[in-house]
Design a protein around this ligand. Structure first.
Ligand SMILES: Cc1cc2nc3c(=O)[nH]c(=O)nc-3n(C[C@H](O)[C@H](O)[C@H](O)COP(=O)(O)OP(=O)(O)OC[C@H]3O[C@@H](n4cnc5c(N)ncnc54)[C@H](O)[C@@H]3O)c2cc1C
Ligand code: SF4
Length: 585
């Protein structure tokens, strides 16, 4: 199906590129401030409820929820032994997807790796090209950053401080909490500030055991802070409150939209203002500039289906294509005034690329729960979060910064982690007896922001639309590997302290990219020589260009980024709208 023509004669107040967490928030804030906004999204608008089918039983699915036979999703081993572009060498599968694309429910949401190649070092790059981007399937863990993150350099001397502090962003975190809904429990931790929470979920027996045990070590386990509305949102007719069906665990995605996603949470309400024009299937290939002033004046895009080329005009350009795609677009947008790529006089675009390291963790068995009757433990949108405890008040001898754990335990409909092998009655009995006793957790740690970790454009390889591919120059460093050793040790130590029988300790570090938390490729800062954006995510070089996604992060912290991306974006777009009104852009 071809898309409606956009008005090519009109100069929009703003063009927003990308419709995920960042692009959706930009549309919400700018349209509510009365600006005429054009949203360009590379992918299509999927019939998302039909894709997610949260209430479908596996036995009603022809593949039991697995991928159809003509598709393949990359495994950890394949990421390890193959080099990007990953498409070559797997010609037998019609569709090749990232590791996240391993179910029938997400196969149309994540991109085909062959159509979207990249080169360089190994990277598990998960992309979702459709209206809403990755928010359609995100894991919902919604955490705030604190001054332990924003002022990390002042604490340990490494990297750069952010040009903002927690006090600057805190009112915007509050707005995001109240507009989108979040569940959790207040803990009064300085390093993980509380949100304005709706009704919390419950911890189960094994989780409470772990919580009480680690509290004696001065550590905190709290309910999963999920970007999910548990009480409902009176101001949003597109979303329902959480019914506790637990289906979002199937790899994100909630077909009643209790879990936040950008279309129902932000874009449809923005559309209702009458100030938004949505153009899907619009693959932006360049941000254009006025040859006289060097200011941004619009964008070129290729129609995803017809491959026809278009140019649209706008007074302000808001880039929100996700951290790596935004860097790619800035690098692609070369002109006489910006020969190094747009907003790149510092040479920092694509650099300081950071994220989270994952892999180490532990699985255990609460022996007192073996053989106990099953309880409804998976009827909730998440398990627990065990907060950072390293390098807060003390200094670890082997590494700087920190990590937290995501985990869960108890009875689930499809028992995982029991590690039982076999078949027949004995096997079933073994699984039934043990399943409610299992508990596991895995760590997410800060990858330091380093100039040497970067992306640039591949001189040869292009994607399906003829746009040069990204080339990765990115590896975890010594600090990350030393932190990963500590992760598995402390995981084991905490499970032992809780009296759990250890089933498995995982030391393996997953491929770079696995966390799906890419950040930092156009960082903010006060010095235009060492940063790309100012504190309002406005380009130092091009004052009517804003980059409002994870690119702007100065460091990755160890907390999941999406709630911070949206809070920063809200703050930046408020500033943008003020400046626009004053005629300063
Ligand atoms: C399985 C999974 C679990 C996750 N779990 C969590 C979690 O628990 N907590 C958390 O904080 N985060 C989580 N994330 C990450 C979270 O989804 C991202 O941080 C968030 O979506 C980033 O928002 P964004 O707008 O920057 O990018 P995206 O959501 O990726 O949106 C970018 C949009 O831009 C579009 N686009 C890209 N290039 C172009 C172009 N050239 N032209 C036009 N449009 C373009 C894309 O199609 C896409 O729609 C998870 C992600 C996944 C996939
Ligand atoms: S548990 Fe809640 S958020 Fe998750 S799929 Fe069910 S209703 Fe949606």
């Amino acid at each position: 199906m071809t898309e409606p023509e956009v008005n090519l004669t009109k100069t929009y107040d703003a063009v927003v590129i990308g419709s995920g967490a960042a692009g959706g928030m930009a549309c919400h804030v700018l349209t509510s401030r009365g600006m005429q906004v054009l949203l360009l999204e590379a992918g299509k608008k999927l019939p998302i409820e039909k894709e997610l089918r949260s209430m479908e039983w596996p036995y009603d699915n022809p593949y039991r929820g697995q991928l159809p036979p003509d598709s393949h999703s990359l495994t950890f081993n394949e990421y390890t032994i193959r080099r990007p572009p990953y498409g070559a060498g797997d010609e037998k599968s019609k569709h090749l997807l990232s590791y996240v694309g391993n179910t029938d429910y997400v196969k149309n949401i994540v991109v085909d790796e062959r159509e979207n190649p990249f080169t360089g070092t190994n990277y598990a790059w998960v992309r979702a090209r459709c209206l809403g981007g990755k928010t359609n399937i995100w894991g919902r863990l919604a955490l705030r950053l604190s001054d332990f993150d924003f002022k990390a350099k002042s604490r340990d001397g490494y990297g750069e401080d952010w040009p903002i502090s927690y006090a600057d962003i805190s009112p915007y975190y509050d707005r995001v909490d109240q507009y989108l809904g979040i569940t959790g429990v207040k803990e009064n931790l300085p390093h993980l500030p509380d949100s304005i929470f709706q009704r919390p979920t419950k911890l189960n027996c094994a989780e409470v055991t772990l919580k009480e045990s680690i509290a004696k070590m001065g550590r905190t386990l709290t309910q999963y802070r999920a970007g999910v509305t548990t009480d409902g949102l009176k101001h949003n007719k597109y979303r329902s409150r959480c019914y506790g069906r637990g289906a979002c665990e199937r790899k994100g995605g909630c077909d009643i939209h209790a879990a936040f996603d950008s279309p129902t949470g932000l874009i449809y309400p923005a559309n209702d203002t009458g100030n938004l024009t949505i153009r899907t299937n619009a693959v932006v290939r360049e941000i254009t500039v006025d040859p006289q002033t060097g200011k941004a004046n619009g964008a070129h895009f290729v129609d995803n289906v017809t491959l026809k080329d278009y140019h649209v005009k706008a007074k302000v350009v808001v880039l929100a294509a996700s951290t790596l795609e935004s860097a790619r677009l800035l690098l692609l947008s070369k002109s006489r005034q910006h020969p190094n790529g747009l907003a790149n006089s510092s040479g920092h675009v694509g650099h300081n690329f950071c994220e989270h390291i994952m892999g180490p963790g532990v699985a255990g068995r609460a022996k007192n729960l073996v053989g106990k009757p099953s309880t409804l433990d998976d009827g909730r949108p998440g398990g627990f979060y065990l907060t950072r405890f390293r390098n807060l008040n003390d200094k670890h001898p082997n590494f700087i910064r920190g990590y937290g754990f995501e985990g869960g335990g108890g009875s689930t409909m499809f028992p995982r982690g029991t590690d039982a092998h076999g078949f027949g009655l004995d096997f079933k009995e073994e699984v039934r007896k043990n399943q409610g006793a299992f508990v596991s957790m895995g760590a997410f740690g800060e990858v330091l922001s380093r100039y040497e970790n970067f992306v640039d454009l591949d001189p040869v390889v292009k994607d399906k639309w003829g746009v040069p591919a990204l080339r990765f120059h990115y590896n975890f460093g010594d600090n990350e590997h030393r932190m990963a050793e500590d992760m598995s040790q402390t995981a084991q130590e905490m499970f032992e302290a809780a009296g759990f029988e250890i089933v498995r300790v995982t030391k393996r570090v997953l491929t770079e990219g696995w966390s799906i938390h890419e950040l930092g490729t156009a960082r903010m800062g006060s010095d235009p020589k060492t940063s790309v954006l100012n504190q309002f995510e406005q380009s130092h070089d091009v004052k009517n260009l804003f980059v409002v996604d994870g690119s702007a992060f100065v460091n990755a912290s160890c907390q999941n980024p999406t709630w911070t991306i949206m809070s920063l974006c809200w703050r930046s777009c408020d500033y943008l709208a003020d400046e626009f009104k004053k005629g300063n852009l």
